[in-house]
Design a protein around this ligand. Structure first.
Ligand code: CU
Length: 116
């Protein structure tokens, strides 16, 4: 077994255990890549773990990088909710960061589109 194979094997064994305690994004509304017809009232992100509210959040921006949220993200339990201003047609980006109660940080981003 060469070194690369060994590393890949160790990674495959170690990763699920390590990842299970982190807050992973499990469900998003609107979802990644979604094309919605009308402005959604909010973006809702559900995670696999309880979140630390002070260290978790999400930012929504339009295709020019301008903020699209109506206020700060609200964090409750495993969910981040961001109320939206009425969104115009166009592309939007959701950037989230989450710290689970085991203090591990995860982050990610995705886009969705609001149709005309
Ligand atoms: Cu963790």
């Amino acid at each position: 077994m060469n070194r690369t194979t060994l590393f890949a094997l160790l990674f495959a064994v170690a990763w699920p255990a390590a990842a299970s305690a982190h807050a992973m994004l499990q469900h998003a509304e609107p979802s990644a890549g979604a094309a919605v017809r009308a402005s959604p009232p909010e973006v809702r992100l559900e995670f696999s773990e309880e979140l630390e509210p002070s260290f978790s959040g999400a930012v929504i921006t339009d295709d020019k990088g301008r903020p699209a949220a109506a206020g700060a993200a609200a964090i409750s339990g495993t969910t981040i909710t961001v109320k939206l201003n009425g969104l115009h047609a166009g592309g939007y980006r959701v950037q989230w960061h989450a710290v689970s109660t085991d203090t591990h940080r995860t982050e990610g981003a995705y886009s969705f589109t609001v149709g005309p």
